[in-house]
Design a protein around this ligand. Structure first.
Ligand code: GDP
Ligand code: MG
Length: 241
């Protein structure tokens, strides 16, 4: 049994959801709860619901998840709230739209533990399935990752990936999470902080992306520009800190 300070290791899976009734059930079902149990790990699933008007909350509750309502808009805002509720030693994130390989979590967590890492981000492009991402999004993602790498001297291939596996105490080593962007740039910001902070051991690992269930919340062009702009603003602030 993998333990931390004598007690069983606890995993918190934190998932933001806004009207995801078609994906939330599949997403939760993919979490390999049985493999966790065999390892002696305990599991909590926290859904941060943005006041969905469909059956998202009902389905999540039925599947045993804890549902927290965050009425303020924003992907980043949902995570900021979610992380304050997470009590696990390890936090795992991902969308509620069944696109991320939650079925591989056991392997990813084992890698974090065995390699003594603080933070893992997943590269969805490593094994991209046909139809999982259109060319426009693929190009936008390339531009954003390239810009981030140039500005922050990192080597991240997928700056927008929303699946991260990390030790909760790594959040104490970076800038206060409360100061992070409330919107989609949150995903870039957490990677920038984890990869550029001294004494935080971070790694990007190959992963995959499944086709989305339900309606996309991202407004591709508008959010793409916001994400790009964010990188420059963050760079200037980091420089003057
Ligand atoms: N709670 C909450 N969740 C959100 C909000 N906006 C997006 N999400 C969720 O965040 C995740 C990412 O959004 P998505 O549309 O899949 O963006 P993409 O993967 O970048 O195309 C999904 O699970 C959404 O349901 C929001 O304002 N509040
Ligand atoms: Mg998504």
């Amino acid at each position: 049994m993998q333990c931390l300070g004598g007690t069983a290791l606890k995993i918190s899976v934190v998932i933001p959801a806004l009207n995801e009734e078609t994906g939330i059930g599949k997403t939760i079902d993919a979490i390999p709860a049985q493999a966790f149990q065999q390892e002696g790990w305990t599991l909590e699933i926290i859904i941060i619901d943005g006041n969905s008007t469909d059956r998202t909350r009902d389905i999540a509750t039925q599947k045993g998840a804890k549902v927290i309502i965050e009425p303020h808009k924003g992907y980043g805002r949902a995570y900021k709230t979610g992380f304050t509720h997470a009590t696990g030693d390890i936090i795992v994130t991902g969308d509620a739209d069944a696109t991320y390989p939650f079925d591989k979590l056991h392997t990813y967590i084992t890698m974090l533990l065995n390699d003594h890492l603080d933070f893992i981000t997943t590269d969805r492009f490593a094994n991209l399935k046909h139809g999982a991402m259109n060319l426009k999004h693929r190009f936008g993602n390339l531009v954003l990752a390239f810009t981030l790498d140039i500005l922050f001297l990192t080597r991240i291939r997928d700056s927008q990936s929303g699946m991260w596996i990390f030790r909760r105490d790594a959040l104490q080593k970076i800038e206060p999470i409360g100061t992070f962007n409330d919107g989609m740039p949150f995903s870039e910001e957490i990677k920038i902080e984890m990869f550029t902070t001294k004494h935080v051991k971070s790694k990007e690992i190959p992963s995959s992306l499944y086709p989305r269930e339900g309606q996309v919340k991202l407004e591709s062009f508008k959010d793409g520009i916001k994400n790009l702009r964010f990188l420059f603003v963050k760079r200037v602030h980091q420089h003057t800190r």
